[in-house]
Design a protein around this ligand. Structure first.
Ligand SMILES: C[S@@+](CC[C@H](N)C(=O)[O-])C[C@H]1O[C@@H](n2cnc3c(N)ncnc32)[C@H](O)[C@@H]1O
Length: 262
């Protein structure tokens, strides 16, 4: 039954001109979680042979870039880089193409070569997914979206927590097109929270409520951040010290009231 479904997607991919049946996984992920929107710039890590790139281009119509150790045969309107996602030189090339402002979406369907030893393969997969997250943190725009494949195992929950530290909403999802296969699952992070402040970025922060200079919590562009070394004044330079996903402004007010009463 499971095998039939895999074959079904294999034939459907051939019929519809997709390079791999993996294309249907991204389609199903996007139907359910709406990670790619029209006009988005998309970076796909571990993209060969290019099935996800084809779907990403159809969905976004924007700038699409694929990265892989293997060469990717050309796809119209899609740029490619042959390189390792762990290499700093690859990240530099990606930033050069997507621009300093970053990409709207980072995808990663990369997989290690499987050995057949479950725990070894799981560890390698976590290593690769961690590299993808590190890469996404360097190239995503604030509020950008992230999708990454992980082989399940005992380190999965820690990995999920790591993604939760960086995105507002995080879900694990298994699309029907992959349900029958091994232990793979996709982690979806929406609304990137911890975009680094780039040199020259200026934020006007409302720190009136802090009352005095010092550390505290403020709402910046809809994100609650804890800042260090702020000064009461007009424009302040801020340093993001910590970010709490799903932290409502009401919670901050509560914190401030508490600190005022002390
Ligand atoms: C399952 S395939 C991706 C299929 C693709 N999503 C598609 O729809 O055609 C996984 C890819 O990850 C790539 N990969 C694995 N480790 C990588 C790394 N460190 N850097 C770049 N690519 C990597 C492999 O070369 C392989 O082509």
């Amino acid at each position: 039954m499971a095998r039939d479904r895999r074959d079904h997607y294999y034939h459907q991919a051939k019929e519809e001109g997709y390079r791999s049946r993996a294309s249907f996984k991204l389609k199903q992920i996007n139907e359910k979680h709406k990670v790619i929107n029209r006009g988005d710039s998309v970076v796909d890590l571990g993209a060969a042979p290019g099935g996800w790139l084809q779907v990403a281009k159809q969905l976004s119509g924007g700038k699409v870039l694929g990265v892989d150790l293997q060469r990717i045969d050309p796809i119209e309107g899609v740029e490619t880089i042959q390189g390792d996602i762990n290499a700093e030189s690859t990240i530099k090339k990606i930033i050069k193409i997507v621009g300093e402002k970053g990409a709207d979406v980072v995808l990663c369907d990369a997989a290690p070569n499987l050995s057949g030893n479950w725990s070894y393969d799981h560890a390698r997969s976590i290593e690769l997914s961690t590299s993808a997250l590190e890469c996404a943190k360097k190239i995503l725009k604030p509020k950008g979206n992230f999708v990454v494949k992980v082989f399940q195992g005992d380190m999965f929950n820690d990995y999920l927590d790591e993604v939760k530290n960086n995105f507002v909403r995080v879900k694990a999802y298994s699309p029907q097109a992959s349900r029958s296969q091994s232990a793979e699952i996709y982690v979806i992070g929406k609304k990137f929270l911890t975009a680094p402040l780039r040199k020259g970025d200026k934020f006007v922060v409302d720190i009136e409520k802090l009352g005095s200079s010092g550390d505290g919590a403020v709402l910046i562009e809809g994100f609650v951040v804890f800042v260090k070394e702020v000064e009461v004044g007009e424009k302040v330079r801020i340093k993001i010290a910590d970010v709490k996903p799903n932290f409502a402004f009401a919670d901050v007010e509560e914190r401030l009231q508490k600190s005022e009463s002390h």
